[in-house]
Ligand binder design. Structure first.
Ligand SMILES: Cc1cc2nc3c(=O)[nH]c(=O)nc-3n(C[C@H](O)[C@H](O)[C@H](O)COP(=O)(O)O)c2cc1C
Length: 340
């Protein structure tokens, strides 16, 4: 009997013929069908690489956004299954003691996460593994204290760029959001120019579902109760030329990176406050034509502020579907650096 069959037999002994919603026998068997091979793969890959990244990623499939994903299985049942999977996996292979120690530490990660004992997971670990971008948010406005805490996190703490920040973070006013709304969409591959034109001409002509079927990708996150605009200087002549050092001392590249780091700082704060977020960069340039940005600062001749990217914040309702794709290849140490 192979491992999957043995496990199924164990399920049938432990949870025979349960038709109730919680711990339904069929649900448990489906869970095994769906997850067994990837759980085992993660153990194998981590063992081969000497890492725990694959197992952590696998766990986060079941524990996204700091919440268990399977509420029709009791916590103890899910954990029991992982214990059974792990024990059978170890029994059916002859691992040496070093390998066994490594595997034990991997299984412990399941236990730690499921029993919610954060002692072994640093705050940052939990955040980076489990944070999820949301596409839809509750409409309820955020209270002033929460907003202030978020804005404090955005207020140029680090990296400091020697105080030469060439980006700004602003709460987008409701009337500005409304004016931009018709242009805050992206497009799916294969959309026709006809659809693009028709949408721009009268976006109210069809329902959202109809437009989506024709290739319009709505950024629902723009409806979040708090939208922060991250702005950077752009030339007033409409060219995309970069700036000179006498105009703005920090380079544009460094400014981009600092802006991204600032966003992550804000994203961390938002999560700490029990809220969620989503970045928004894919919009029609016409959105910016609807608005004007004023400042009291003296700008170098020929430059003005313009939003570059938006961070949409609120209590998430629907997570973005592409978040928890298993990414076994990773991006760390994948390049081969050599001396010429
Ligand atoms: C810089 C940046 C810009 C993004 N812009 C958009 C966007 O315009 N529309 C959108 O639906 N998602 C946008 N996203 C979200 C990503 O498409 C993706 O869904 C998300 O990052 C999934 O992974 P996460 O949950 O780990 O963030 C953006 C993400 C980043 C980092």
């Amino acid at each position: 009997m192979n491992l999957a069959e043995t496990l199924k037999e164990k399920v049938l002994i432990e949870y025979p013929d349960n038709k109730e919603y919680l711990d339904n026998t069929n649900n448990i068997l489906n869970y095994l069908d769906k997850n067994l091979e990837t759980v085992l793969d993660a153990y194998r890959l981590d063992l081969a690489d000497g890492t725990n990244r694959h197992t952590k990623m696998m766990i986060s499939n079941h524990y996204a956004g700091n919440r268990r994903q399977k509420n029709q299985l009791r916590l103890q049942t899910e954990l029991w299954m992982h214990e059974e999977i792990f024990n059978l996996f170890c029994k059916s292979n002859s691992f040496n003691s070093v390998e066994q120690l490594h595997l034990d530490s991997l299984f412990d990660l399941w236990k730690v996460t499921f029993e919610n004992d954060s002692a072994d997971h640093s705050y940052l670990d939990t955040l980076t593994l489990n944070r999820t971008s949301y596409s839809k948010f509750e409409k309820t406005d955020l209270d002033q204290i929460t907003k202030t805490q978020i804005l404090n996190a955005a207020n140029g703490i680090t990296p400091s760029l020697a105080s030469n920040y060439h980006y700004r973070v602003d709460v987008l006013p409701a009337n500005v959001k409304e004016a931009m709304q018709p242009y805050m969409h992206g497009t799916f591959e294969g959309i026709t120019q006809e659809t693009k034109d028709a949408f721009e001409k009268n976006w109210l002509a069809k329902s959202m579902d109809e437009w989506r079927n024709e290739g319009i990708c709505f950024n629902h996150q723009f409806h979040a109760p708090l939208v922060l605009a991250y702005s950077m200087p752009v030339p007033t002549d409409g060219s995309h030329r970069t700036w000179k050092q006498h105009e703005f001392p920090t380079s544009k590249d460094a400014t981009f990176i600092a802006l991204g780091t600032n966003m992550w700082n804000v994203i961390c704060k938002v999560e700490e406050l029990g809220l969620n977020s989503c970045c928004l960069k894919a919009y029609n340039p016409k959105a910016l034509e609807q608005i004007d940005v004023q400042t009291d600062e003296t700008m170098p001749e020929g430059w003005k502020w313009e939003p570059f990217i938006f961070l949409c914040i609120g209590k998430g309702i629907d997570a973005k579907g592409d978040h928890r794709k298993y990414k076994p290849n990773g991006i760390v140490n994948s390049l081969n650096f050599q001396v010429k």
